[in-house]
Design a protein around this ligand. Structure first.
Ligand SMILES: C[S@@+](CC[C@H](N)C(=O)[O-])C[C@H]1O[C@@H](n2cnc3c(N)ncnc32)[C@H](O)[C@@H]1O
Length: 163
């Protein structure tokens, strides 16, 4: 959730290829980044990939293979309005912070996301605030705290129990 600059998608495409693990990646963004801005990103130089043009210039709502192991489907719209019968192994929940978009960290959103997860599936996010953890638990998810990268002390992983 939150396609943004496409960094999560790019890194997952790279890992899928390196590990020969098939991934179908659905991305959603309500306010896609303008292509002129995306063209200024340096991720391909930085990560030694060649994904940026296709990540940003491929059509929305259409499956696109970035490599033999990774297929991307971008959906333009608000998470709150998402209608899908798909269920997911992993959700990267990369909304802007609760201070900027409190409505995306409410119990209803985590119930919606829990419903979208397969049993045993997991949601990850950088935000570890206690009320966010509480809202995840209220949605029936099991919350784990993990060490974050660099200067980020904690990140969260919320797992949907297997019935
Ligand atoms: C923190 S950024 C995501 C960064 C992104 N993961 C990346 O790799 O660059 C949050 C994103 O959520 C999008 N967004 C904000 N409100 C949204 C909503 N209600 N539904 C879906 N996407 C939304 C914004 O347009 C923005 O791109």
């Amino acid at each position: 959730m939150g396609f943004g600059t496409g960094l999560n998608a790019l890194l997952t495409a790279r890992e899928a290829q390196a590990n020969r693990h098939h991934v179908v990646y659905s991305a959603i963004d309500a306010y896609p980044m303008p292509i002129e801005q995306a063209r200024q990103l340096n991720y391909d130089e930085f990560f030694d990939t060649a994904y940026l043009p296709v990540l940003h210039e491929s059509p929305w709502e259409k499956p696109i293979a970035l490599n033999p192991y990774f297929t991307l489907i971008k959906h333009e719209g608000k998470l709150q309005d998402l209608q899908t019968t798909n269920r997911f192994h992993v959700i990267y929940f990369d909304a802007f912070a609760p201070s900027a978009q409190p409505e995306l960290w409410e119990p209803e959103i985590f119930s919606q996301l829990a419903h979208l997860l397969l049993p045993g599936g997991m949601l990850t996010t950088y935000c570890s605030k206690s009320y966010v953890q509480r809202n995840m638990r209220a949605a029936g998810l099991t919350v784990e705290k993990h060490n974050g990268p660099l200067h980020k002390r904690d990140v969260l992983r919320a797992v949907k129990p297997v019935e």
